[in-house]
Ligand binder design. Structure first.
Ligand SMILES: Nc1nc2c(ncn2[C@@H]2O[C@H](COP(=O)(O)OP(=O)(O)OP(=O)(O)O)[C@@H](O)[C@H]2O)c(=O)[nH]1
Length: 412
């Protein structure tokens, strides 16, 4: 920008100087013409007298004096017919000046109140003489102009740098730093505070930074509360899902009517316990139970009461079991218990207690009294048993035996 400003300034200065120079040239040329005329007036009388008296020596002396004057380049004296009497030049004829200008005046002699024309006197000057004069004056003007221009230039550079360029650079570098560090709490501080447009700009930028900072804080706050809300919602949802999962797991492993293990789960857990007792060289016993003539209960009292009987039976069994024992509903009115670390005699005792408790029970539902019995088959594990199904088959055979032998009994 500085370059453009100064280029324009120099062009304008050159134009103005050229116009000044031309004006000065014309003025100086006029002034030299006037001087020539005055000289003519001064010497015309003496030259006319010499001419009248044919005193050419005197004329030569006068012309030699004139030609030595600094503004005169040449002198011509012509007679009245235009013939050259004297023609003198101060310059070398081989290199004449570029342009010449002259003044001419008549030479005459007054005789008895009568003017007698003798000829003419012409004085020459040249553009070189004008230029010499103008250039002298202009050299002074040019030197002062250059000095003024230099002072102005350096003053301008200093002022531009001090009041515009330096604070602007400082401003830009601080804005860059804020942007780079994303530190909106920082404010712009100029090393030399200005009470001008730059100062106003700094003030407005700081106001803008404050606004950005508060907007940012608000956004962060919003984001934080949204994140908290989301985290709480996710936590709650996870808890709900875990609970639901537990519930589903429970439902998948349990019999929906009695709440004890279903067939699949019972066999799966019993298989683990069997493997464990085999590793520990201990005996486990499986008791398989089937309610007697349960079809008749359903037929006589209906399915609703039949279900109540099934629930009652499941609860009755649990009275006689330890925490380590396993109970499951195998299907319909068939149940089973797996007794780890229990030999067949101990298991028989438990099975018989169950049988007895069931046969003695009286179930009151809707004003009706229901009694029922159960048959049980038991068998203990062998070291050769790898699968629970092997033990189950043997115990189930015993159960068939109990049914065959009249029901409400335990077979081993
Ligand atoms: N109420 C009810 N009845 C069931 C359920 N599951 C099976 N039953 C019934 O149980 C009865 C079983 O009859 P059976 O297989 O003939 O055996 P049982 O009558 O008990 O005769 P034995 O086993 O020979 O003593 C059927 O009538 C089934 O409908 C149940 O969940 N609820």
């Amino acid at each position: 920008m500085m370059r453009v400003i100064f280029s324009i300034y120099i062009v304008v200065a050159c134009l103005i100087t050229s116009v000044q120079f031309l004006t000065e040239y014309l003025k100086t040329q006029d002034s030299i013409l006037n001087e020539l005329k005055q000289l003519e007036e001064t010497v015309r009388g003496s030259i006319s007298a010499s001419f009248w008296q044919y005193d050419y020596n005197q004329m030569e002396v006068l012309i030699s004096g004139l030609i030595k004057m600094p503004i005169i380049e040449g002198v011509d004296i012509l007679d009245k017919n235009g013939n050259e009497i004297i023609a003198k030049r101060s310059y070398n004829p081989s290199s004449p000046p570029l342009s010449m200008f002259s003044t001419e005046s008549k030479l005459d002699w007054k005789l008895k109140d009568k003017d007698i024309s003798l000829g003419s006197l012409t004085l020459y000057s040249s553009s070189q003489i004008v230029l010499d004069r103008v250039l002298f004056g202009f050299t002074l003007i040019a030197i002062t102009a250059i000095v003024k221009l230099s002072i102005l230039f350096w003053l301008f550079i200093w002022a531009f740098d001090r009041y515009l360029s330096r604070p602007l650079k400082e401003l830009v570098s601080q804005v860059d730093e804020i942007q780079l560090n994303q530190n909106m709490s920082k404010r712009i501080h100029l090393s030399a505070p200005e009470d001008n447009e730059i100062g106003q700009l700094q003030k407005h930028m700081n106001i803008m930074l404050s606004a950005i900072e508060s907007d940012r804080e608000k956004l962060l706050q919003d984001e934080k509360s949204k994140r908290n809300w989301l985290e709480t919602a996710v936590e709650k949802r996870t808890e709900e899902l875990l609970l639901l999962n537990k519930k589903l797991q429970y439902l998948a492993t349990r019999d929906s009517l009695t709440g004890i293990l279903n067939r699949g789960s019972f066999f799966e857990t019993a298989q683990h316990l069997l493997a464990l007792s085999k590793r520990q060289n201990s005996t486990a016993t499986l008791v398989v139970m089937d309610l007697d003539k349960f079809k008749l209960i359903n037929d006589n009292f209906g399915h609703f009461i039949g279900d109540k009987v099934l629930v009652h039976f499941a609860q009755t069994i649990q009275i006689f079991l330890r925490k380590s024992d396993l109970i499951g509903r195998l299907g319909g009115e068939e149940f089973a218990i797996f007794l780890p670390d229990t030999d067949i005699n101990a298991a028989f005792q438990i099975a018989d207690k169950i049988r007895e408790a069931v046969s003695c029970s009286r179930l009151e539902v809707d004003g009706k009294t229901v009694t029922y019995t159960v048959s049980l088959g038991i068998d203990s594990s062998l070291q050769t048993d790898n699968l629970i199904e092997e033990l189950f088959k043997r115990a189930d055979l015993k159960l068939y035996g109990a049914k065959d032998k009249g029901r409400n009994r335990v077979e081993r």
